[in-house]
Design a protein around this ligand. Sequence first.
Ligand SMILES: Nc1ncnc2c1ncn2[C@@H]1O[C@H](COP(=O)(O)OP(=O)(O)OP(=O)(O)O)[C@@H](O)[C@H]1O
Length: 314
Amino acid sequence: MQAARTSGWGILAGLRCLNGGVSASAPAILVRDLHKSYGGFEAVRGIDFEVASGEVFGLLGPNGAGKTSTVEVLEGYRARDAGIVSVLGQDPQRRPRDLRRRMGIVLQSTGMYRHITVREAITHWARFYPAPRDVEEVIVLAGLTEKADALANTLSGGQMRRLDFALALIGDPELIFLDEPTTGFDPAARRAAWDVVRSLQELGKTVLLTTHYLDEAHALCDRVAIIKEGRIVAEGPPAELGTSSSRYRVAWRAAETDALQTRETDDPTALLHQLTSAALARGEPLRDLSVTRPSLEDVYLELTAEPETADAHA
Ligand SMILES: Nc1ncnc2c1ncn2[C@@H]1O[C@H](COP(=O)(O)OP(=O)(O)OP(=O)(O)O)[C@@H](O)[C@H]1O
């Protein structure tokens, strides 16, 4: 274990070596063997991942998996116990002022400003940054045009969340952390928030988001990591996580009952041969026959299942 932790410094040194700074191809985020405990409880148990510059990366996992702890270490809010963390080429634990200006953070909690208008809040926050974006442009980007002159304490939950987005964007950060950006949103507000994230992607920003929603991960993320009990149990583009599995799902409609039948198999050729031979022998068609790979949701549920649930499916 110690050898793995020590070797990480070699990686960081390599990233810094070009032109005396961070190379153009250096990842925006690099995490190696990250550990974080609270008292005797180890919430993060040796996590490794990288996020490329301009990538939208999602941390997925059930409650208590260690997503927020990981993100808070990256943001510089929490000290790690072990491991290597590089954010935009710097160690967030040292809380360098320059790094804080290059990051935008949308926390789970909302409501920093209440008794001033949306425009006033964004204008005020802009003063903390050396080269902020244009306030009116950020109001449009966050979808707050119609609420620009409204007092923050009159906003709905979803509109308040947009104000949080706006405050995270006004400093024109290179990297944005979004912790559960749409939890509690109605469907329309979620879509609007997704549009904001896509706008960030088009602007070339790097985004790290945590979410419980698989459709959100699918819609927004270039890559995701699934975390369970402080460890990454799968990582890859959302659409490809299932296809890397060797399992297939074969579905068909039984002629006698008209009910949809499904069977999982590692050998779809043999199963199809068995099913089609039997159907031909009976002189019946196999209606709605399909062979599919597991979806992100299937993979997620399988990997994050509690032991009892896993046994029930075995
Ligand atoms: N300050 C703390 N003190 C003690 N335990 C903590 C603290 N913060 C988090 N934990 C514990 O660490 C584990 C990981 O929590 P964390 O908030 O990182 O998970 P999460 O994946 O973000 O969960 P959620 O999806 O519910 O936000 C949980 O068991 C949690 O109870």
